[in-house]
Design a protein around this ligand. Structure first.
Ligand code: PGA
Length: 260
């Protein structure tokens, strides 16, 4: 029997949005989320300048909010950086860390991602730690080695209590923004692998939410979320339309009752 875990669906807006358009999207998501069952949790990770807007429009709703990154530094002379404490000032729940776009375009190492995870936790945020292999790594049979090293680097610096407070998102790089999602079998296989790594850290860590990300759409969400070790999703492109995002959240409901 699989343990029943609640579902979590988080939107990652990336560098999209403008003040006026955001209002309609945030209000639409907040309104639609009222109809979701209580075991489906919903969040949106917005660009830093819009955290105040998210706080104003989502406060008191079912939808939580957060940022897409935090600095590895607590404070200081780091021009352009945003500290986890600043993100927390806006009552944020989440901070994504280690997204593959940051690893690829900003040279972020797993060790840096580990420090960012610590900063987020210290500020009272839930870090959503992203891991995932490139197509080249998958095709050369290196998927488990790469993803295992990414998660191990983070777990190595956390206590068991801290590790129990993270969320992990498995996002194969080749599936992000490509329209080509991992199959539910491929995703489940990697989630089971990650679950075992987390469980090895400590029994309390085994049940941290494991999200799948990479071309999740209303059409494929239910099948992905039905898998035993997939506890929800990190949604990029499809989180920019309230209707699509809410349909994906609703699919988490449908998948929530299946055990293996
Ligand atoms: P996508 O992005 O849903 O647009 O593929 C997911 C992500 O990068 O978090």
């Amino acid at each position: 029997m699989t343990k029943q875990r609640s579902k979590l669906v988080v939107g990652n807006w990336k560098m999209h949005g403008r003040l006026a358009a955001n209002a309609a999207l945030l209000e639409g998501v907040a309104r639609g989320a009222q109809a979701l069952p209580p075991d489906v949790h919903v969040g949106v990770c917005v660009p830093f300048p819009y955290l105040a807007q998210a706080q104003a429009l989502l406060g008191g709703s079912r939808v939580q909010w957060g940022a897409q990154d935090v600095s590895a530094h607590e404070q200081g002379a780091y021009t352009g950086e945003v500290a986890a404490g600043m993100v927390a000032d806006f009552e944020s729940a989440f901070a994504i860390v280690g997204h593959s776009e940051r690893r690829a375009y900003h040279g972020e190492s797993s060790e840096l991602v580990a420090v960012k995870t610590q900063r987020a936790l210290a500020a009272g945020l839930t870090p959503i730690v992203c891991v995932g292999e490139t197509l080249e790594e998958r095709e050369s049979g290196a998927t488990e080695r790469v993803v295992g090293a990414q998660i191990d680097a983070v777990l190595a610096v956390l206590s068991v209590e801290e590790a129990a407070r993270i969320v992990v998102a498995y996002e194969p790089v080749w599936a992000i923004g490509t329209g080509k999602s991992a199959s539910s079998e491929q995703a489940q296989q990697m989630h089971a692998f990650l679950r075992a790594r987390l469980a090895a850290k400590g029994a309390q860590v085994a049940d941290v939410p494991l999200l799948y990300g990479g071309s999740v759409k209303p059409e494929n969400a239910a099948e992905l979320f039905r898998q035993a070790d997939i506890d929800g999703g990190l949604i990029g492109g499809a989180s920019l339309k309230a209707g699509d995002f809410l349909a994906i959240c609703a699919a988490a409901t449908a998948g929530a009752s299946v055990a293996s």
